[in-house]
Design a protein around this ligand. Sequence first.
Ligand SMILES: CCCCCCCC/C=C\CCCCCCCC(=O)N[C@@H](Cc1c[nH]c2ccccc12)C(=O)O
Ligand SMILES: [Zn+2]
Ligand SMILES: [Zn+2]
Length: 512
Amino acid sequence: MARGIRYFLSVTLKLLAVMLASVLMIVVTRTATFPSYQTSPPACEESDDDFIPADKERLARFTSAIQLQTVSYERGVGTPQELVKFSQFIQESFPTIHGSPMVRRDVVGNYSLLYRVEGSDASLQPYMLASHLDVVPVAEEAKWVAPPFSGELKDGYIYGRGTIDAKHSLMGSLEALQFLLSRGHQPKRTLYLAFGHDEETQGHFGAKVISEVLTQRGEKIKFILDEGTPVGDGLLPGVSKPVAFIGVAEKGFMTLHLEVNEEGGHASMPKPESAIGILSKAISKLENNPHPNMFGTGVEARMLEYVATEMTLPYRMLSSNLWLFSPLVAWVYSKKPQTNAMARTTTALTRFNAGVKDNVISPEAVAVIDHRIHPMSSVEEVMEFDLKVINDPRVNVKVKNSRPPAPISPYGKDSPTYMMLQETIQQIYPDALVTPTFMVATTDTGHYWNLSNAIYRFSPYVMTPSDLARLHGVNERISVKDYERVMNFYYHLIVNMDKPLETKRHGHEDEL
Ligand SMILES: CCCCCCCC/C=C\CCCCCCCC(=O)N[C@@H](Cc1c[nH]c2ccccc12)C(=O)O
Ligand SMILES: [Zn+2]
Ligand SMILES: [Zn+2]
């Protein structure tokens, strides 16, 4: 009997050792031979005629754009006079665009702007460059090193609300178009510039109406590029080179209104549970029971694989073997808010209101939860999860607003449009790696799904970890060098869109 057990143990141990050795071999082989998704940057053909300098005039125009306080506060509550002034400012600042017979300008939804630049080849599908006119309000003004609506130049940076969100792309695309038109260039492919006026409050009166106008015109758009993820410097652990993140998808969202109604009364005779207590327990349960970590099931895994060969060895090993290490990477990602946002549906408690007086038991308590839904989950799944966690019929849960995660746009070598975007980025950032990702925040593109199946979100400026807090925060700024890159990025993009979207290099024909 003892011999039998010994024999069984020794066979089991040998089997385990063989399995371990095989796993190790697979890990080592995959790490050593993992394919590179990076392409070398296109040859540089740039001449002086082919470059938009951030000269005095262009910088002055950008400063003026920042000085107009086009703030959006709440849904439907913006700054109409400033938006009108901004519109006039754009008309005066870009006379070549506005005087061109190729350009049609429409004011949509009272303040949003839609430009159509007629291409010479009507058989080609138009494409669209999007941005927005509005900005978020300023808080903590005293902490700014320059007034937030000054557009002041300080140590090589332009400071002000809107510099990276998103007047850089609005002004940069207009500068590029003006530069091209003033050189007598007519694009082959028709292009739209779409500037919503209320993106910061979800675009219900801007982008949504732009989308309706284009739908009425029967327009199908080849691809859409909106504001989005930047060129990260130090944002991705294990990569020392800059990484340009192209947002090929976007999380969904669900805003929940939670309400508890109980009997109020005199504070001297409380019941064991109050409306405030019941609601507090419910939201505390939600905070303590995060939605499942879904890392590895979506684009975030591809993001790591795209840069795997460029990572330092430990990260390279993990990223080229996600079949094995996904749970470990998922755990690491869950440790920091900005990476956790990529791993799961997040739960943010954004509002909590109750009570009117110190000695009155409040009959009512309300809270708002802002969920951002992982691209591989759904509105329904999130709701079901929350109700199970709360598990209390006294808590009334209502959906205020929701949007499912965005469809995933084509990416990689099979998508000529994505590859054109990648090459354009490399023309401006030759040292950067390029990788697909998804946006954890939402953009106006949520209103454009019916117009195109190829929607990308990218902002061509560099962002370091310490810059993350500037977005919607204090001391928002862009370097002069980056603003110059923004203008030249759009310039190259417009030029590249006139070349066949092919092709030999990637083995695909353009289907229009
Ligand atoms: C490992 C990391 C890799 C990726 C790094 C990426 C870093 C991210 C850096 C920059 C992203 C820039 C995003 C800019 C766009 C922001 C758009 C935005 O803020 N939209 C709002 C829309 C909104 C307004 N009210 C509501 C209510 C409910 C849902 C949405 C909104 C937003 O998403 O909050
Ligand atoms: Zn924005
Ligand atoms: Zn914003």
